[in-house]
Ligand binder design. Structure first.
Ligand SMILES: C[S@@+](CC[C@H](N)C(=O)[O-])C[C@H]1O[C@@H](n2cnc3c(N)ncnc32)[C@H](O)[C@@H]1O
Length: 259
């Protein structure tokens, strides 16, 4: 990130135009969560402000111009809120000239197994129910038909909760659900990252524990192994650099089916 993030979760010190847009985007995407309560709001503000992933998805123009999206392990629906807020700012003419247009969401289906996350997502995104649908369910047991019409599948920081066989089965169903040229964005841990990966895993376990869950077993792979798995399914794959800090332990895999 060119801008420096302040303690308030705002961006400052980089390109003033982009920083203004980022601040407006963070405000709008977080404000969606006010009706869902203080935890939902502060969590949204903290994560959307701190995690470079959300900014990079837009700044690098990774989505098609218009897209039907399925977000697996959507949590409280941050991706939906972020993309909708970005498009709204764009349509109001409040967008950074040097950034690509944010995608027009034709539909977004989020799936998460945690009922509290689902409840927060539904509450926050209730005003966009014509576009966003949040389902409660286990992504390991999805059928290909459950994806519905889709152009982009996102699986952000989720795959390591599924055992290795379930990861492979899910990715096969993603491949089968996507059309020619369809895209998959998967942010995954990379065991090759060494210490940063171990720190990142420890943080995931601590967060799960703090939220009252049993310590989950995590199923991690090296980025080479993730890429081989996806290429074996017919995707062409590249890794998008995700910046520094904790996100350095993760790799964003951009996978696309041939046209
Ligand atoms: C680290 S959070 C990421 C949330 C979201 N992708 C984001 O970036 O904000 C992981 C999410 O995966 C969900 N999850 C884990 N295993 C799952 C499963 N088998 N089926 C559905 N959701 C799952 C958890 O409930 C949690 O909301």
């Amino acid at each position: 990130m060119r801008g420096r993030r302040t303690a308030a979760g705002h961006f400052a010190g980089g390109d003033p135009v982009s920083d203004t847009v980022l601040r407006a985007l963070l405000d709008a995407a977080s404000a969606t969560y006010r009706p869902a309560g203080p935890f939902a709001y502060h969590f949204a503000r903290g994560k959307l402000g701190a995690d470079p992933l959300f900014r990079l998805l837009l700044q690098r123009g990774m989505f098609p111009a218009a897209a039907r999206v399925v977000d697996l392990g959507c949590g409280q629906g941050l991706l939906a809120s972020w993309l909708l807020a970005a498009r709204h700012l764009y349509e109001c003419g409040r967008w950074a000239r040097e950034w690509p247009a944010p995608p027009k969401l034709l539909g977004l289906r989020g799936v998460d197994r945690n009922p509290r996350e689902v409840a927060r997502a539904r509450r926050a995104l209730a005003g966009d129910a014509a576009i966003v649908e949040i389902r409660q369910g286990d992504i390991a047991t999805l059928e290909t038909a459950d994806f519905g019409p889709v152009d982009v599948v996102t699986i952000l920081d989720v795959l390591h909760y599924l055992d290795f066989a379930a990861q492979e089965s899910l990715l096969r169903k993603v491949r089968d659900a996507l059309p020619a040229g369809g895209r998959l964005f998967a942010r995954v841990g990379n065991t090759d990252a060494g210490l940063p990966h171990r720190v990142s895993t420890a943080v995931d376990l601590a967060v799960a524990f703090a939220r009252g869950h049993r310590l989950p077993r995590l199923y991690c792979r090296s980025s080479r192994s993730w890429i081989a798995l996806l290429e074996g399914l017919g995707f062409s794959v590249h890794g998008e650099p995700m910046g520094t800090g904790r996100s350095f332990a993760n790799v964003m895999l951009v996978a696309q089916l041939p046209l």
